[in-house]
Write a protein that binds this ligand. Structure first.
Ligand SMILES: Cc1cc2nc3c(=O)[nH]c(=O)nc-3n(C[C@H](O)[C@H](O)[C@H](O)COP(=O)(O)OP(=O)(O)OC[C@H]3O[C@@H](n4cnc5c(N)ncnc54)[C@H](O)[C@@H]3O)c2cc1C
Length: 370
């Protein structure tokens, strides 16, 4: 298998980026996935494909459940949804979509913030039932199916005192989070989720109208692995398994602090924003500002309660927060802070921004008045 050059790869995928950004404008066809042309001339045709796996169509009773995303702000009506049970189902689905010129979307945990994993009158190739886990504990290498959600992945690794960064919401797909970067409590300690990604199985277009699974790692199709680490959401191919280099993590100290009312907001926010980026790299924190409460969460990897309290002392010394600290296995702590999906709003519109500068006092006042 030869490596695709980066320029060729980016050229091949330039259309794909547009397809993902403007799904409503796609009338049909395949997003501009990187093609694997080895061994096939690009004009060579494959035999007609048949859809395999668990297939759900509009007339089926489970169609509504099968098509709805986590964010009900975006409702789409796909022609068919394929829940892949194995990689070959994805190969067949991509071949079928190409041969029939049907628009396609890839889906895992359904938490796309812009409804990008669904499409009207197209095919949704859903990998969420690919749930395998294969962990080499000695080498700390985990190869998992692309259908795991973050809670399942964190739990599987934590059983062996291992971890890789994920986002905080357990029901988010591991695929979607990792391929888009993946930022969470362990980021300051272990990097982004995609930093731990060392390999993947990816289904790519093949020949004139087919598809094929390829293994990518640091030595094979390394450009494609590079591209998947942070820009892989629906752009370069359909990821069916992910391989991570995990890190040892025996326990964490999990601190929660609550300030009733917003009277201490300026002090808490300003002290937190000036200390959090520079504190001990084992400590990841999150500050939430609600209408009448300020909540601070901190995860200190391999740390004690005393260390967690000490590192956060500058913030905790403001006002009179109620503080609790729990020590435990990362899997138990992570599952313990999950919000049941029924308690979350059905329609969301939110986005993330990064800032290099501390918020000025005026900006903190705006947050307070919001
Ligand atoms: C409530 C909530 C909390 C969040 N918290 C965090 C957080 O703490 N940290 C963080 O970093 N992010 C967070 N996110 C963002 C989240 O990581 C992204 O929205 C992510 O893309 C969702 O992935 P998914 O698999 O659940 O979603 P899906 O809707 O299934 O997919 C999302 C995108 O990834 C593509 N995709 C999915 N699977 C594959 C695959 N196997 N191969 C190729 N492309 C694929 C889809 O086509 C789509 O473009 C949060 C999102 C929500 C809604």
């Amino acid at each position: 298998m030869h490596d695709l050059s980066r320029r060729k790869l980016l050229k091949a995928t330039a259309v794909g980026a547009g397809a993902v950004a403007l799904p409503g404008l796609l009338s049909g066809g395949t997003p501009g996935f990187a093609a694997d042309t080895a061994g096939w001339s690009s004009s060579e045709k494959h035999p007609p494909a048949r859809l395999t796996g668990r297939i759900v169509r509009p007339q089926d009773p489970d169609y509504a459940d099968a098509s709805l995303g986590w964010d009900e702000l975006f409702v789409r009506y796909p022609l068919v949804i394929v829940f892949a049970q194995e990689t070959q189902d994805v190969v067949n689905a991509l071949t079928w979509a190409r041969q029939n010129d049907v628009a396609l979307r890839v889906r895992s945990g359904r938490h796309s913030l812009e409804g990008w994993s669904n499409v009207d009158n197209g095919i949704v190739i859903d990998v969420s039932e690919l749930k395998s886990t294969d962990i080499d504990v000695a080498a700390r290498v985990a190869r998992v199916g692309a259908g795991l959600n973050q809670l399942e992945a964190v739990t599987a690794l934590a059983e062996h005192d291992l971890a890789a960064t994920t986002g905080t919401e357990g029901s988010v797909g591991l695929s979607g989070a990792t391929l888009g970067g993946g930022f969470g409590f362990l980021t300051r300690y272990l990097g982004m989720a995609c930093d731990s990604l060392i390999g993947a199985e990816v289904v790519l277009p093949h020949g004139a109208d087919g598809a094929k699974a390829v293994e990518v790692d640091l030595h094979h199709h390394s450009d494609l692995l590079w591209a998947l680490r942070g820009a892989g959401n629906g752009n370069f191919g359909i990821v069916t398994s992910l391989t991570y280099q995990a890190a040892p993590l025996r326990s964490v100290a999990y601190l929660q602090a609550t300030w009733e009312g917003l009277d201490d907001l300026h002090g808490v926010f300003d002290t937190w924003q000036r200390s959090a980026p520079f504190t001990d790299p084992r400590l990841g924190t999150q500050l939430e500002i609600h209408k009448s409460q300020i909540l601070l969460f901190g995860v200190l990897a391999e740390g004690s309660e005393a260390e967690a309290r000490h590192l956060l002392e500058p913030v905790l010394s403001i006002g009179s927060p109620q503080v609790t600290v729990q020590l435990g296995n990362w899997g138990d702590i992570y599952s313990g802070f999950q919000v049941p999906i029924e308690d979350e709003p059905a329609n969301w519109k939110f986005f993330s921004q990064f800032t290099n500068e501390p918020f000025p006092r005026k900006a903190i006042s705006v947050i307070r008045g919001f």
